[in-house]
Ligand binder design. Structure first.
Ligand SMILES: Nc1nc2c(ncn2[C@@H]2O[C@H](COP(=O)(O)OP(=O)(O)OP(=O)(O)O)[C@@H](O)[C@H]2O)c(=O)[nH]1
Length: 449
């Protein structure tokens, strides 16, 4: 069975999702790089500061030339931790930027000055519950000191930063807040090294860049997981909807087929009825009698009788009043007989103005009484054109094992006798003569084909 359009669509969605998943994971791993350049970014305030606010006597000055920031620091070791520093202020409020998915920082720097060249980087993170906007010292200090060449680019991985122990002591930070965090960075500072020699230190910073990803691994995994869960959930739902639709279609098709079938059956019944019925009188025709005898075998079980009824001088009616009146008499004659006989009796138009009545469960005497009743009804009936219509009746009761053809022939003989005796009467045929017992009395009637 070929898949439904819904399933084909789902297969495509899964294929696209699988490719997108692989593509995004590879892209996230090897690309998707986001760079924040703190030396040029317009919303970052760049500044320098010396240690006089802590009681020191170092002096610092900043020169800006193009994108290059040159810090001239006259370092004086008059306090324990003398320092000059660059400040990159990202935010003065509690809302910083999330650098947790940033993995490195690069410096393009030149350093001139006495002693060992080293720089200290501090990344200040706003910690809810600990940091206060009005107290810059309350921001969590993540720091690292690293050596600096005379000139060149240095790449420092961010995961080697650690929370400064002096800050933990100073702020009396509980243990659970001592981990390094970069999810809300408000400020980055670049200081002279902790054990820098006194004297002039000239640091030329051409760029300071943070390197990370456009979306965090967590966001990527969550997004992909949500997409796959949505896909997994929608699969059974769409399958159920599709099945429901198919069931509905099948039901509608079945209902339509049942309707067509019923119509065809009705049509077939009508055709059979038409084939078995005389169109003028509504009585059975000979084919109809054959069908009735075949479908209801009990019709012929003795005792049973057949009556031949033939309208007297019907030719005169036709000749005297026209064929239409003749037809009307035939219709009324059949209707009158139908009104008098039992439901399981069969009225057959045998030909012209001659009718056969098949009466199951009827003996010769009962058949004769019926014929007399019919004859009397004809007398009292109302006929087209004020006519008086009579009929002659020939009756034969079926003997055990008698052939139906022979039975009809005997009834026809009796009818012939009734006509011959003056019409408007009933004649009952004698019982058939058993083989070898001689000829029956009424065997000389008209021949049947
Ligand atoms: N109007 C009409 N006449 C029919 C039909 N079928 C047969 N007839 C006519 O019925 C007439 C039968 O005439 P006959 O066989 O001579 O019988 P009859 O005139 O009734 O005389 P008896 O039977 O001897 O009393 C014929 O004129 C047929 O043409 C029919 O369907 N409609």
């Amino acid at each position: 069975m070929s898949p439904s359009p819904t399933h084909r669509l789902m297969h495509r969605v899964i294929a696209v999702l699988a490719l997108a998943t692989i593509g995004l994971l590879v892209w996230h791993r090897f690309g998707m790089e986001r760079v924040i350049d703190l030396t040029t970014r317009p919303d970052v305030r760049r500044d320098v500061m010396d240690d006089r606010w802590m009681g020191g006597s170092s002096r610092v000055a900043l020169e800006r030339r193009g994108g290059t920031l040159t810090m001239r620091c006259q370092l004086a070791r008059t306090i324990d931790w003398p320092a000059c520093k660059y400040q990159f202020v990202i935010s003065d409020t509690e809302t910083g930027i999330d650098l947790s998915e940033f993995d490195a920082v690069t410096f393009d720097v030149s350093y001139r000055g006495p002693g060992r060249h080293a720089l200290r980087m501090m990344v200040l993170n706003y910690e809810p519950g600990i940091s206060k906007v009005e107290n810059p010292m309350s921001q969590k200090v993540n720091e690292l000191e690293f050596p600096v060449p005379a000139s060149g680019t240095i790449r420092v991985p961010l995961n080697v930063l650690h929370t400064a122990t002096w800050w933990i002591d100073y702020m009396k930070v509980p243990l659970e807040h001592t981990d390094m965090r970069l999810d809300n960075v408000t400020r980055v500072e670049l200081l002279t090294g902790a054990s820098s020699t006194a004297g002039e230190h000239v640091i030329e910073l051409r760029s300071l860049r943070l390197h990370g990803k456009w979306i965090t691994s967590r966001e990527l995994y969550m997004g992909l997981m949500a997409a796959w869960i949505l896909c997994a959930v929608s699969w059974p739902i769409l399958t159920a909807v599709q099945l429901r639709r198919e069931l509905g279609d099948t039901g509608r098709r079945l209902a339509l087929l049942a309707e067509i079938n019923a119509a065809l059956q009705l049509e077939a019944r009508e055709l059979v009825e038409q084939a078995n019925t005389d169109p003028l009188t509504g009585a059975l025709n000979r084919q109809g009698l054959r069908a009735a005898l075949m479908s209801t075998s009990s019709l012929l079980a003795p005792p049973m009788a057949v009556l031949f009824a033939d309208i007297d001088h019907f030719k005169r009616i036709n000749d005297g009043h026209g064929h239409d009146v003749g037809d009307a008499v035939l219709r009324d004659f059949a209707a009158l007989i139908h009104g008098e006989i039992r439901a399981n009796d069969k009225l057959v138009r045998w030909g012209g103005e001659e009718f056969l009545i098949v009466c199951p469960a009827t003996g010769a005497e009962q058949a004769r009484q019926l014929a007399e009743k019919l004859r009397a009804a004809l007398h009292t009936g109302t006929w087209p054109a004020g006519l008086c219509v009579t009929a002659s009746f020939g009756i034969a009761a079926r003997a055990q094992d008698e052939d139906i053809g022979a039975l009809i022939k005997r009834a026809d003989g009796a009818l012939y006798a009734a006509k011959a005796a003056g019409r408007d009467r009933v004649v009952v045929a004698d019982a058939p003569v058993p083989p070898g017992a001689g000829w029956p009395m009424l065997s000389t009637g008209p021949q049947y084909d």
